[in-house]
Design a protein around this ligand. Structure first.
Ligand code: SAH
Ligand code: AVI
Length: 339
């Protein structure tokens, strides 16, 4: 096991307010190479979307959030700007914040502002598989907020929750924003909510942001953006295998495709081989043969109704307190509490 705590030395004066746990898992977690071997070594081929987010991938995701077609981030931000104070006051505080998949944590600032209006200080625990994203966002936050303490985790939140390794004191609000829940297949989404409920105490909160079902053409355009940023975000998975696993993917020999599937309620993303080709991934011990049209499933982006999310959350041990939606009914944020 690697030693967890690494405090940055470049910021004298901040070290008492910033702790970073790297690879915070005492048991072994599957590596990128092992997951690539499992995902591409069997048919149908697939890769976990958690591997999108290396340094470049996190930057490409931030670019996606600025695309006119990708309304999710903007609508969620507006909901948090409008209802942040109400959310901060809905649980008996003082609060501590945990955030799963915090990314740039830009929207989180709206809640930090609202919470710091009500209490003198705040401890924030961001967890993100992208070490760059969680480090940069944490440093920016402690520089912006004198009354904030950040305990950050660079790693996969599943094992962290399974091992109940998050130490908190008092009332906790967990943030799971950005429709991240939609990137899990239904069984995994359920397991994540169950783990969250089991790791928390009755009365603790979960703020869950999710994209609502709507006209498929709007959903498909959010992923098939004409600028091609989402295609680049997906192809970065191939680039990452070239960089980290010495693979020889030709990124021009694959095209990106994202389509709405009504029967499952998700936009499904794929990288499709344009021609017959062989690709080697030495670090995963793979020699792959692609026919033209062979596809790699890269991501599911499930869309929900409020009723579906509330029913699932209730089965996992939560109760709905309030659900906030925009006037257009595009996106929802549900405040749930542990029963
Ligand atoms: N919450 C931000 C970022 C969403 S993008 C927003 O709403 O804009 C999804 C984020 O979750 C990325 O930063 C990614 O690195 C992180 N992530 C994805 N899967 C993860 C996992 N299994 N464990 C930890 N972080 C994960
Ligand atoms: C983070 N997640 C909810 C995004 C989504 O919409 O599924 C990731 C993304 N993929 C393509 N565009 C954005």
């Amino acid at each position: 096991m690697k030693q967890p705590t690494a405090t940055p030395t470049a910021l004298p004066g901040f070290s008492d307010r910033f702790v970073l746990h790297r690879d915070p898992h005492p048991v072994r977690v599957a590596t990128f190479a092992e997951d690539v071997r499992a995902g591409l070594g069997t048919r149908p081929m697939s890769l976990s979307p958690k591997y999108f987010y290396d340094d470049l991938g996190s930057a490409l995701f931030e670019a996606i959030t600025r695309l006119p077609e990708y309304y999710l981030t903007r609508v969620e931000r507006d909901l948090l700007a409008t209802y942040g104070r109400e959310i901060a006051g809905a649980l008996d505080g003082p609060l501590e914040l945990i955030e799963l998949g915090s990314g740039s944590a830009i929207k989180t600032r709206l809640l930090i502002d609202a919470i710091l209006e009500r209490q003198p200080s705040l401890t924030y625990h961001p967890i993100d598989i992208s070490a760059d994203a969680v480090t940069e966002s944490s440093l920016a936050l402690i520089q912006a907020y004198e009354r904030l303490r950040v305990i950050a985790y660079a790693g996969d939140y599943f094992p962290l929750l399974r091992q109940k390794r998050l130490v908190t004191h008092g009332r906790v609000l967990v943030l799971f924003l950005g429709s991240n829940i939609g990137n899990f297949e239904p069984g995994d989404a359920r397991e994540l909510l169950e783990l969250l409920a089991a790791a928390r105490h009755p009365g603790d909160g979960l703020l869950l942001g999710y994209d609502l079902k709507k006209d498929p053409s709007i959903l498909e355009l959010a992923y098939n953006d004409p600028t091609g940023v989402t295609a680049a975000f997906n192809k970065n998975l191939l680039g990452r295998m070239n960089r980290e696993l010495a693979a020889d993917f030709d990124l021009d020999a694959f095209r990106f495709s994202a389509n709405w599937h009504d029967e499952i309620g998700a936009v499904q993303s794929f990288l499709i081989s344009e021609r017959e080709q062989r690709v080697r991934v030495p670090a995963a011990n793979l020699d792959l043969g692609f026919a033209a049209g062979d596809s790699i499933h890269t991501e599911s982006s499930y869309k929900f109704s409020r009723e579906e999310v509330v029913a699932l959350a209730e089965q996992c041990g939560f109760a709905e307190k309030t659900t906030y939606t925009d006037a257009g009914g595009r996106y929802a944020v549900s405040l749930l509490t542990v029963r």
